[in-house]
Design a protein. Structure first.
Length: 252
């Protein structure tokens, strides 16, 4: 890395700009460990506070992450191009890009449907639904956190089905639903709360993308609604119009 201070004492912004430029130019490759604080202080003629503030700013940008007891490293996960269509599937999306999908069930419980969930699933308010929270990973790196709701009346015993560790498609297939379609999607953005940032391994100052969706069986009856929080620095969303048009022709 060839970053020299332009003055005797650099500000934290000088350090941030120089390190950020080196990362973006590939002078500090993805996965590399940043130099230690004493090395950076000597290189930039900066104080410890300035170096720490600069590194914190780089973390807020999503360029680096700190591993407790190990150091600070340049993030290495490439941006995932996640395509939205009437038949969006997490595993298929990742496998097509040479990424390895996996997931962790964090929580599964039965609860009364909130007014928003009841409306999305066309249920009476308060009717029992199963809520499943899952962490989605690409090549072992967290990329999304989802809360999904399913009508308990239609899927009796569903909580036990999730214990097998399969994804949504595998669980629904056990109930005689081999395929389903997305009938509504809403995309928005916000800052994560502390728990979300921790699970997604990102800074609280880094925005997340939110997708609220409703899925239906092939007869058009809603079977699931969910809110998925995506790590904004690792994912870009695109709408697959070609697949949409193809599905339209098939349905005719």
């Amino acid at each position: 890395m060839t970053t020299e201070p332009s003055q005797a004492s650099s500000s934290w912004r000088d350090v941030q700009d120089a390190l950020g430029a080196a990362i973006r130019l590939g002078e500090i490759p993805p996965g590399s460990r940043l130099p230690t604080e004493p090395v950076l202080m000597a290189r930039f003629g900066a104080g410890r506070h300035s170096v720490r503030r600069a590194v914190a700013a780089l973390a807020a940008e999503g360029l680096v992450r700190t591993r407790q007891g190990s150091g600070t490293y340049v993030r290495e996960a490439p941006v995932l191009d996640y395509r939205l269509s009437e038949r969006t599937r997490f595993s298929e999306n990742l496998l097509e890009q040479g990424r390895e999908p996996s997931g962790q069930a964090l929580d599964a419980r039965e609860e009364p449907a909130s007014p928003a969930v009841a409306e999305a699933l066309r249920l009476p308010p308060g009717e029992p639904v199963f809520r499943v929270r899952r962490l989605g990973l690409a090549d072992g790196v967290p990329v999304n956190l989802s809360d999904s709701h399913f009508p308990a009346r239609r899927f009796p015993g569903m909580l036990a089905a999730w214990e097998g560790g399969g994804g949504v498609s595998a669980v629904l297939a056990t109930y005689g639903i081999p395929d389903y379609r997305r009938i509504a999607s809403t995309v928005l953005t916000r800052l994560p709360n502390a728990e979300e940032a921790l699970l997604l391994d990102q800074a609280e100052a880094q925005p997340v993308l939110i997708i609220r969706k409703v899925d239906a069986d092939l007869s058009g009856i809603p079977i699931a609604c969910s809110e998925t929080i995506w790590a904004g620095e690792r994912v870009q969303l695109s709408v697959d119009h070609a697949a949409r048009e193809e599905n339209r022709h098939v349905d005719r």
